[in-house]
Design a protein around this ligand. Structure first.
Ligand code: PEP
Length: 253
């Protein structure tokens, strides 16, 4: 059985007090309302990681993610945060290759590969994001586009390294736009991703890999999306900033 995951990417939102309030609310709702084995992940901004992590320590369903990691191990890289630093404050997951980082921070495939390696070496599970822009979908090149993203960053990992990777399919045209991929569009891309992974790694590893959907997922559409056989959960942006909405998404399994 694959791990079912709902991860909230808070992006550059919330002050310290607001972050603690949000995570406390989520933590309580998850304890009170969520049955079953869903892995819940919150990805607050860097300065809040340790405090947010401490608040969720007693709840083994709640996990901590960073939104980014340096490709470098340590040294003179002003403003960067290493995987070892993240590990030392209790981070278990890290989002790598989000479209906003690819777009605004010019992260390329090689840099993403290095980030994957450094996270995995520290025992931190990468959530590797992929997804096509609208023009690629309109031109019916979305499968090739995503295949290249997977190939260019993931395929150089060993089977053992890949074992712990989570993949998130996030079509760029659906992120923060209110326009969600249909469950059919999500399912066909997730199945395609799994098939490509089974060519790069062994079939069992591909079968075991959790593939999350991201892009305007909300309490109204999560159930339908999560009911697809290759959709193993969601990476949630906007709706993860509201404890009620985020919990209702978690409860959609
Ligand atoms: C995201 O940025 O990862 C995301 C899925 O955002 P939203 O849910 O707001 O579309």
């Amino acid at each position: 059985m694959r791990k079912r995951i709902v991860a909230g990417n808070w992006k550059m939102n919330k002050t310290y007090e607001e972050a603690l309030t949000l995570v406390s609310e989520i933590d309580n709702m998850v304890k009170d309302e969520v049955n079953g084995d869903v892995t819940v992940i919150v990805a607050p901004p860097f300065p809040f990681l340790q405090s947010v992590g401490k608040l969720t320590q007693g709840n083994d369903r709640m996990h901590l993610a960073a939104q980014n990691v340096s490709e470098h191990e340590s040294g003179a890289y002003t403003g960067e945060v290493s995987a070892a630093m993240l590990k030392s404050v209790g981070v278990q997951y890290v989002i790598i290759g989000h479209s906003e980082r690819r777009m605004y921070h010019h992260e390329d495939a090689q840099s993403l590969y290095k980030k994957l390696k450094t996270a995995i070496a520290q025992g931190i599970t990468p959530i590797f994001c992929c997804g096509e822009p609208l023009e690629e979908r309109d031109a019916d090149r979305h499968f090739d586009y995503v295949d290249k993203q997977l190939h260019d960053s993931l395929s150089y990992l060993s089977n053992e390294e890949f074992d712990n990777v989570v993949v998130a399919y996030e079509p760029i045209w659906a992120i923060g736009t209110g326009r969600t991929a249909s469950s059919q569009q999500a399912q066909e891309m997730h199945a395609y991703i799994r098939e490509q992974l089974s060519r790069m790694f062994d079939a069992e590893a591909a079968f075991k890999c959790s593939i999350l959907y991201g892009g305007s997922c909300n309490p109204g559409n999560a159930k339908e999306l999560f009911s697809q056989p290759d959709v193993d959960g969601g990476l949630i942006g906007g709706a993860s900033l509201k404890s009620r909405d985020f919990t209702d998404i978690i409860k959609s399994f």
